[in-house]
Design a protein around this ligand. Structure first.
Ligand code: GLU
Length: 324
């Protein structure tokens, strides 16, 4: 994004060509082993390639919970992850989010949408439209029709959607871990009816402003990436390199969750597993340490090779580490 903006974020200059990776947790509670593992991989990708590593608290969706964010940062530091500068708080970035929407709007790329989720599900979909794609109900309204639609839903307010380029329904990218990927793009939401800026818009604007050129995150977010790349192109921003990390699964084969036992650092500590041992477990799951080893974070950077990372989910079972 604009150079003047870049230099104010992320705690350092970004004009030096060094680049940056980042971790961007939502402050919704304590991080579990799956989150910590993804953060560790993101940190290893950045540090082993000489990049800066930045932190961003993605608090758009919930009332600011400074307690949850602080506890997440403490846990990240406890397993040896460090970051440059102060964490960026996403809700502090509203001016830039709105500026990006305004710049799209100025080019006729934004329209109001009054559809509810139910309207979208009930609407007939265009032939060949990807499943779940917005059917375009509100896309081509004239002024009078738009005003009437607005009135009809008051006091609810319309959402804002991107007018995606005609005929573009898929976009591909190369993922450092998953290989060639492709996914749907459509008229994605930019700002919700309740005024909250959409995740896809915020993440693209913030990553660019922070000088992030390497995005490493859980593979549950891989389907959002084509939409984010489309936004980058329309906003004239560079596309970072992507690596989506296979998630950690619990013993039942579903995504690891709190019900799976001692999965946060605080819970593991109660069972006698300290942060160093937890880092060792995560490192073992990444093929970077042998069982029971307590490697330093620094040693993990030396051992890290993205080519050798496991490409399959790590199935975590309580007791597999001797606790639980
Ligand atoms: N805040 C998102 C999450 O916690 C991550 C966003 C991203 O890494 O792009 O799932």
């Amino acid at each position: 994004m604009r150079e003047s903006e870049r230099s104010t974020l992320g705690g350092g200059s970004t004009g030096d060509g060094v680049g940056a990776g980042r971790y961007a947790p939502s402050p919704s509670g304590d991080l579990h082993l799956g989150n910590l593992r993804t953060a560790l991989v993101a940190w290893l990708f950045a540090r082993s390639s000489g990049r800066r590593f930045l932190m961003r608290i993605e608090d758009l969706d919930r009332a600011r919970d400074a307690g949850a964010a602080a506890s997440q940062l403490r846990d990240l530091a406890a397993i040896g992850i460090d970051w440059d500068g102060d964490p960026v708080i996403q809700t502090d970035r509203a001016v830039d989010h709105e500026a990006a929407i305004a710049s799209l709007d100025a080019r006729g790329l934004v329209y109001e949408c009054t559809c509810t989720r139910r309207d979208i599900l009930a609407a007939p979909t265009a032939p060949h439209a990807p499943p779940g794609a917005y059917p375009g109900t509100c896309r081509n309204r004239g002024d009078a029709e738009r005003a009437a639609a607005r009135e009809a839903i008051a006091p609810r307010r319309p959402a804002l959607r991107l007018r995606a380029p005609e005929g573009l329904s898929e976009l591909g990218f190369d993922d450092a871990l998953l290989g060639p990927m492709s996914g749907a793009v459509d008229d994605l939401v930019l700002r919700r009816g309740d005024g909250t800026v959409a995740y896809n818009l915020a993440v693209v604007v913030d990553d660019a402003a922070m000088g992030v050129d390497q995005v490493v995150r859980g593979d549950d977010l891989a389907p959002s990436t084509p939409r984010q790349i489309l936004l980058q192109r329309l906003l004239g921003l560079d596309t970072p390199e992507y690596a989506h990390v296979p998630l950690v699964l619990g013993p039942n084969g579903a995504r690891l969750a709190k019900r799976d036992g001692a999965v946060t650092l605080a819970e593991l500590r109660e069972c006698g597993t300290d942060a160093g041992a937890a880092r060792g477990m995560l490192a073992e799951s990444l093929g970077l340490a042998s069982r029971g080893e307590r490697p330093s974070a620094r040693l993990l950077i030396d051992r890290f090779d993205p080519e050798l990372l496991p490409r399959r989910p790590w199935v975590w079972t309580p007791g597999s580490d001797g606790v639980g």
